[in-house]
Design a protein around this ligand. Structure first.
Ligand code: APR
Length: 256
């Protein structure tokens, strides 16, 4: 098995050559910010049955229960979370001209807080509330929560603007993501179990189009042996810091 040093070197060389790099990120990149992932040890779905509380049918059947069990807890976790080295290093890879866009499955807004400029929120955002009746959107600060679920002036229930199980991905985001995947020459796949479609298929599209795939995750995933060209096993913050140092040596910051 190649050493981590030689894998980092291979990944850095691919980054130095990239002209159209993108990243697909998942819950794992925010673990070092104190936000637990969904699957695996300590994952949210170990404590909460997603089909009972994270499915659109559950929200429509009993919105108060879904708010109490899922949305309020997530809101509290995300409210205080700050970007970690993983988010910051992806931002740095953008500054170095390696990455153009991040497609994230996360709803925590941490890539934007780290300064990344083009972030596709594939599964929506927890920072915005949407009325289930009139579809009007609100920032959390605009709403005073006096009852659960909070209500819109139209009397409809509000919900976070996230994609729940059983819901479709916004068509324009899906199309843009698939187009970027089919045109990129490098894709980072960071901190995702790559088990939820259609996000999990994006690396397959990229690979088929000839892109170099760099996966970063402490655990192997279904992509590891079939799709990823280099898998860097480890936490995103640590691995990306080591990788970006190498990339910066090979590809200094663009001037001007
Ligand atoms: N750095 C990088 N990866 C990590 C770290 C870390 N420090 N810690 C854990 N991981 C990895 C895990 O090994 C796992 O492969 O992050 C991954 C997290 O997987 P999931 O919890 O399944 O998260 P994700 O792939 O984003 O889930 C996809 O599922 O329930 C839905 O809508 C939810 O967007 C989410 C989607």
């Amino acid at each position: 098995m190649p050493s981590i040093t030689s894998l980092l070197d291979q990944a850095a060389t691919a980054c130095a050559k990239a002209r159209k790099g993108i990243a697909l990120t998942g819950a794992g990149i925010s673990v070092e910010s104190g936000i637990p992932p969904f699957r695996g040890k300590g994952g949210l779905w170990e404590k909460i049955d997603p089909m009972k509380y994270a499915h659109i049918d559950a929200l429509e059947r009993d919105p108060a229960e879904v708010w109490k069990v899922l949305f309020l807890g997530i809101g509290e976790l995300l409210g205080t979370a700050a970007p970690n080295d993983g988010h910051k290093e992806l931002r740095r890879l953008e500054e170095l001209g390696v990455l153009q866009t991040i497609i994230t499955q996360n709803v925590d807004g941490l890539h934007q807080k780290a300064g990344s400029r083009d972030v596709i929120e594939f599964h929506g955002t927890h920072a915005v509330l949407r009325c289930m009746t009139c579809q009007r959107r609100y920032e959390w600060q605009e709403i005073t929560i006096t009852e659960i679920p909070p209500r819109c002036p139209c009397n409809g229930y509000l919900r976070p603007d996230v994609v729940m199980f059983g819901e479709l991905i916004d068509m324009s985001l899906l199309q843009r993501s698939q187009m970027l995947a089919s045109q990129c020459d490098l894709m980072f796949v960071v901190g995702t179990s790559a088990t939820v479609e259609p996000a999990a298929y994006l690396p397959v599209i990229a690979k088929r189009a000839g892109a170099f795939i760099i996966e970063i995750n402490p655990e192997p995933t279904p992509l590891t042996h079939h799709i990823s060209d280099v898998t860097l096993l480890g936490p995103a913050g640590e691995v990306l810091t080591q990788l970006t140092e190498r990339v910066a040596r090979l590809r200094p910051m663009p001037q001007g």
